[in-house]
Design a binder for this molecule. Structure first.
Ligand code: ADP
Ligand code: MG
Length: 250
């Protein structure tokens, strides 16, 4: 689904991504691991249109998508999750979900040229969709809670839920399990697996927790110093000499 070809991203003279090439197969849950500073988040940000690449290409389903803006990628079904913006913390969980389609599409709020009846109809559809998403994620009980009051793990589920408000094809998750307790980590893992199996989402997941990666991801791609160091299933990766050395070398 996604092919990254010899990608470079420089900040000043420093190459955060230094000639990375990799593929994310359609239907996979691909893991991306590596020591801190390896360039994982920068790679995500280039793929997701947050940064333009210094050189190299990103191909999605055969089409060159390098340097497209996040809202253009959003229309193609390529999403990355973001931490909930501070200004939405006083809105309820359901409201946070309901605003995703208008918010992310680069359009401004469903505008005045719709009559009032039309707006109400749209709002009802959005509300029904949001409730379906909350049900899927097993957090219906916090629908009317202010988003700012959620636990860390519930916030992560809500971030994942935001991708379900639209027709996502490929979703990039950057440390979705960071600081999350075991129980909710399991809930997040289950949601990812179900989205993959039942809705056909392709995932690329950055995560440090190797249990999580091992349970979820095949293949696992290892980055170090801006490059791809190794690729394989979780077991083979953990026995790979170069991978062990990259982690110990820091
Ligand atoms: P990872 O996610 O693998 O920990 P990052 O992609 O966040 O790594 O960072 C890779 C390297 O690029 C690090 O050395 C980091 O300090 C540097 N870096 C990341 N973003 C920027 C930026 N916006 N400006 C300058 N340097 C950056
Ligand atoms: Mg990172």
């Amino acid at each position: 689904m996604i092919r990254v070809e010899n990608l470079h991203k420089k900040f000043g003279g420093f190459s955060a991504v230094d000639g990375a090439s990799l593929e994310i197969r359609t239907g996979s849950i691909t893991g991306l691991i590596g020591p801190n500073g390896a360039g994982k988040s920068t790679l995500f940000n280039v793929i997701a249109g947050v940064y333009a690449p210094t050189s190299g290409r990103v191909i999605m389903d055969g089409e060159d998508i390098s340097g497209l803006a996040p809202h253009e990628l959003f229309h193609k079904g390529l999403l990355r999750t973001f931490q909930l913006a501070h200004e939405f913390s006083s809105m309820t969980v359901r409201e946070n979900l309901m605003m995703v389609p208008a918010d992310q599409s680069g359009e401004r709020i469903i505008n005045t040229w719709f009559g009032r009846g039309k707006i109400r109809e749209q709002e009802e559809q959005l509300r029904a969709k949001a409730d379906e998403v909350l049900d899927f994620l097993t957090i219906s009980h916090v629908a009317d809670e202010k988003a700012g009051n959620l636990s860390g793990g519930q916030k992560k589920l809500l971030e994942l839920g935001r991708t379900m408000m639209v027709d996502a094809k490929v979703v990039f998750l950057d440390e979705v399990g960071a600081g999350v307790n075991r129980t909710l980590l399991g809930t997040i893992a289950d949601a990812i697996i179900r989205l993959n199996k039942e809705r056909g989402y392709t995932f690329c997941v950055i995560e440090h927790d190797m249990d999580f990666i091992g349970k979820l991801c095949d293949p696992v791609i290892v980055m170090a110093e801006g490059k791809v160091l190794a690729e394989g299933n979780a077991d083979s990766i953990m026995q790979n000499e170069a991978v062990i050395e990259a982690y110990l070398g820091r």
